[in-house]
Design a protein around this ligand. Structure first.
Ligand SMILES: C[S@@+](CC[C@H](N)C(=O)[O-])C[C@H]1O[C@@H](n2cnc3c(N)ncnc32)[C@H](O)[C@@H]1O
Length: 348
């Protein structure tokens, strides 16, 4: 699998336009505030972008960030500007040709930005412990269309969990499938190289995050992918693929489900670029000044992370009111009304 991927990204692909899906070609998805930063990046680096989403969470200034499978460095150079001179970005990739392009343009970006806060490392994301990076030393870890290519996704998640600080997050875009992908497709070199063959069934992904130490994964955005190459599309049959961006917080006290403790938060409107509302995830769009009821997990994601100073917090964990309405899973038991109308007599 590593050889197939290194050959695909090191030798076969020359630019984003060689890809056979629309995974990384959604130019409209780049927000206006990022466009000037993208314009500072060397054209060759931009042309070799093979990501499938945007991995730029807010509040990065001064952060230490790790990019898993950084390729030729587009996101590293974007993040370098966002963390600024007091922050640091480390990119890791296993394909020499990709890193060569990234390193070749290092001085170009140092001159443009006026500081050097970037390092590229050669290595495997399943073996992060080999890279001598200090455990618990990263505020944010990102990855753009890479985890699907990994031969041991559990090792990747466990390894990066170890490198994150408590309160840090893994913010990443990847490809998922609507079902478990049949073996014949999982080993098809072209489908693997195009980030389709190795895509996880979304529900297996959620189970894997839990067993790797992350609870309550939050979806930022998703979109269906179109396989634009007719031969690949035919081979894929009925499998549907999606590109999705998730954020996984390293917070030891997160619970499996969203529990209701009667808490609420108020956004101060102070996060740069988000004066009117803050988007924690696709289901939590928090307007400035509004008392916004939250579950215990959301409370911790906001209060025990770098977002904390930008919110006021109402309540505590002293009283529990059951599952948070509409957020956790619905209560599986029939209520008294329905039990007495005969439904309870049916077994199984
Ligand atoms: C689809 S490209 C994405 C590159 C980059 N993130 C971007 O957005 O342009 C996948 C990259 O992940 C790297 N990669 C795949 N599997 C890897 C692994 N197990 N360890 C390290 N790098 C890996 C490949 O070498 C390739 O550069």
């Amino acid at each position: 699998m590593h050889d197939i991927v290194q050959d695909y990204y090191g030798r076969q692909l020359k630019s984003s336009s060689d890809l056979k899906t629309d995974a990384c070609c959604d130019a409209s998805a780049i927000p206006n505030w990022l466009k000037p930063l993208l314009a500072n990046i060397h054209p060759e680096v931009l042309s070799r972008y093979y990501g499938c989403g945007l991995v730029c969470p807010p509040l990065l200034e001064g952060c230490r960030v790790l990019d898993l499978g950084c390729g030729s460095g587009r996101d590293v150079y974007l993040l370098s500007q966002l963390v600024g001179a007091s922050g640091e970005v480390v990119g890791v990739d296993m394909t020499e040709e990709q890193l060569q392009v990234a390193n070749q343009h290092l001085n170009y970006h140092v001159d443009k930005f006026g500081f050097n806060n970037v390092t590229f490392l050669h290595g495997y994301i399943e073996q992060l412990e080999e890279l001598n990076l200090e455990p618990g030393s990263f505020d944010v870890i990102v990855s753009n269309c890479v985890v699907n290519l990994s031969t041991d996704k559990g090792a990747v998640l466990r390894g990066l969990h170890r490198l994150l600080k408590e309160g840090g997050e893994f913010y990443f875009s990847d490809v998922y499938a609507d079902r478990r992908i049949p073996d014949a497709l999982r080993t098809d070199p072209e489908l693997v190289g195009e980030c389709l063959g190795g895509a996880l069934y979304w529900n297996d992904f959620l189970a894997l995050t839990e067993s790797s130490g992350f609870r309550d994964s939050r979806l930022m955005e998703s979109r269906p992918l179109e396989v634009t190459n007719p031969a690949l599309s035919a081979r894929s049959g009925s499998v549907r693929y999606y590109s999705a961006t998730y954020r996984l917080f390293k917070l030891a006290q997160l619970e499996k489900d969203c529990e209701d403790y009667g808490q609420a938060v108020v956004y101060k409107g102070s996060i740069p670029g988000s004066p009117h509302e803050f988007i924690l995830d696709e289901r939590h769009i928090i307007e400035k000044g509004r008392v916004f009821p939250v579950c215990g997990n959301t409370w911790r994601m906001l209060s025990e992370t770098r977002m904390g100073p930008h919110f006021d917090f109402i309540g505590d964990f002293s009283q529990h009111f059951g599952l948070f309405p509409g957020c956790g899973r619905e209560i599986p038991f029939l209520d008294g009304q329905r039990q007495s109308d005969g439904a309870s007599k049916q077994c199984c």
